[in-house]
Design a binder for this molecule. Structure first.
Ligand SMILES: NC(=O)c1ccc[n+]([C@@H]2O[C@H](COP(=O)([O-])OP(=O)(O)OC[C@H]3O[C@@H](n4cnc5c(N)ncnc54)[C@H](O)[C@@H]3O)[C@@H](O)[C@H]2O)c1
Length: 359
C-alpha cells in the first residue's frame, strides 16, 4: 500500500507531518493511516534499521532485499530497471516494510537511511557494453551520490565492487592487496575502470569526510533470478542445456572461474556491513574453487539431465584467463565461508530456469 511514505523520505521526523499537509493529505487520511497501523518516518526510524539497496530489483539486489526484510529491516529499493525486473521484487511489494523507488542512481538521492548497499550497475558484459558511457556514469556518479547521501545521513555504505578490478591477473589466486592488471581502453574498461574509480571514491570519502565505508569485491555469483538472456556463463549454459541446444564454449574452454551461490554471497555482504567500522575492505567474496568452462558445461549437462553437445567459439576480447579469490580476509575477519558447492547450487538454479522456461 502506498501511503505517500516515499514522498516524505527526504524529510526528517519533525517535518514529516507538514509534508503530508503539503501533499494535500488531510487529517482524516492521517487518522486512517494510523488506524491501519502505519508508522511515521520518525517512528519507523526509531524502531527499525532503514536500508537503501540500489539495484535492488536485480539478481543479487532482490535476494538482498528479501533477506534484509526477513531480519526485520525497513528496505528502500532504488532501481531504474535497466537490467532488473519487477518480477524479482513483485512478491515484496505488499510488505509494508518495503518500498520501491524507480530512479536512476546517477540522479541525486533524497532519503534518510541508516545503511546503503550500492549494487546499481549492469553486471553482464552484454549489458554493460550496451551503453559504455552510461556504465561509467552509473559507477562514478552513482558512487558519488550514495557517498553524499551516506555523508549527509551518517549512514554506513557498502560498495558492490568486483573481481574485474583485478583485470587479467598476474597473481593467482587474487588477494585484496594485488592492484590488478587492467586494460584501461578496451571494451570492458567501462565496467572494470568504472568500478575501480568507484573504489577510489569510497576511500576518498572515507579519508576526507570520515564516511563509514565497506568495499566488497564480488566474484562470479549465480543462482535463481539470473536473466536468461544476459550472456552470463551459468545462465547461458543452463538455458542452452534445458532447450537441448549445444552449449557454447568460448576459446578452448580452459579459462577458469570460481562460482559462488547467491545465498552465500548475501550472507557475506550482510556480514561485511555488520562488521566493525574499521573493517572497510576491500574484501574478496567468492567461492575459492576454480572450474574450467569445460568442467562447468559438463556439470550443467549433468544437473539438467539433458544430452546437449558442446560447441566452441572465438574468445571475446579481454576475457580473463583465470579467476579465483583468496578469501583469507573474509574467513578471518567476517567468519565467512561459502557453504553451497557448485553441483548443489546448479541444481537449485536449473530448477528455477525449468520453472521460468516452463520446461
Ligand atoms: N553477479 C555477479 O557475479 C557479480 C560479480 C561482481 C560484481 N557484481 C556487482 O553486483 C551488483 C549487482 O549485480 P547483479 O549480478 O545483481 O546484476 P543485475 O544486472 O541483475 O543488477 C543490477 C541492478 O542495477 C540496476 N541498475 C543498473 N543501472 C542503474 C542505474 N543507473 N540506476 C539505478 N539502477 C540501475 C539494474 O536495473 C539492476 O536491477 C552490480 O554492481 C555488479 O557489478 C556482481
Amino acid at each position: 500500500m502506498n501511503t505517500g511514505r516515499s514522498a516524505i523520505d527526504s524529510c526528517d521526523g519533525r517535518t514529516a507531518w507538514a509534508s503530508f499537509a503539503a501533499l494535500g493529505i488531510d487529517a482524516d487520511q492521517e487518522r486512517k493511516q494510523e488506524e491501519m497501523g502505519e508508522e511515521t518516518t520518525l517512528e519507523a526510524r526509531e524502531r527499525h534499521r532503514r536500508v537503501l539497496v540500489t539495484g535492488g530489483a536485480g539478481f543479487i539486489g532482490s535476494h538482498l532485499c528479501e533477506r534484509l526484510l526477513a531480519r526485520g529491516d525497513e528496505v528502500v529499493c532504488l532501481d531504474n530497471y535497466f537490467t532488473g525486473r519487477r518480477a524479482n521484487i513483485a512478491h515484496l511489494l505488499t510488505n509494508p516494510a518495503f518500498e520501491m523507488l524507480r530512479q536512476d542512481v546517477t540522479a541525486p538521492i533524497s532519503l534518510e537511511v541508516d545503511e546503503i548497499y550500492n549494487l546499481a550497475c549492469p553486471a553482464s558484459p552484454l549489458h554493460y557494453q550496451f551503453d559504455p558511457v552510461a556504465t561509467v556514469r552509473t559507477n562514478v556518479q552513482g558512487a558519488i551520490n550514495v557517498l553524499e547521501l551516506a555523508n549527509r545521513s551518517r549512514a554506513k555504505v557498502l560498495q558492490a565492487s568486483t573481481s574485474e578490478v583485478y583485470g587479467h591477473p598476474r597473481v593467482h589466486p587474487q588477494p585484496e592487496d594485488y592492484w590488478g592488471y587492467v586494460n584501461p581502453i578496451g571494451p570492458r574498461a567501462c565496467y572494470d575502470e568504472g568500478k575501480r574509480c568507484a573504489e577510489t571514491l569510497f576511500f576518498d570519502y572515507h579519508r576526507q569526510h570520515g564516511v563509514r565505508i565497506k568495499v566488497a569485491r564480488i566474484f562470479n555469483t549465480y543462482g535463481p533470478r539470473l536473466r536468461s538472456d544476459d550472456g552470463r556463463v551459468v545462465s547461458n549454459f543452463i538455458v542452452q542445456a534445458l532447450e537441448g541446444r549445444p552449449i557454447t564454449l568460448f576459446g578452448d574452454g580452459s579459462q577458469t572461474r570460481s562460482f559462488c551461490y547467491v545465498d552465500d554471497m548475501i550472507d557475506g555482504l550482510m556480514r561485511l556491513m555488520d562488521s566493525p567500522d574499521e573493517m572497510t575492505g576491500p574484501v574478496n567474496l567468492g567461492r575459492p574453487y576454480e572450474f574450467t568452462m569445460l568442467e562447468l558445461a559438463k556439470l550443467v549437462i549433468e544437473a539438467s539431465g539433458t544430452r546437449s553437445e558442446i560447441s566452441f567459439e572465438e574468445l571475446p576480447e579481454d576475457d580473463p584467463a583465470q579467476r579465483r579469490p583468496d578469501i583469507k580476509l573474509a574467513r578471518e575477519r567476517l567468519g565467512w565461508e561459502p557453504t553451497i558447492d557448485l553441483p548443489q547450487g546448479l541444481r537449485k538454479t536449473v530448477a528455477y530456469f525449468r520453472r521460468l522456461l516452463e520446461i
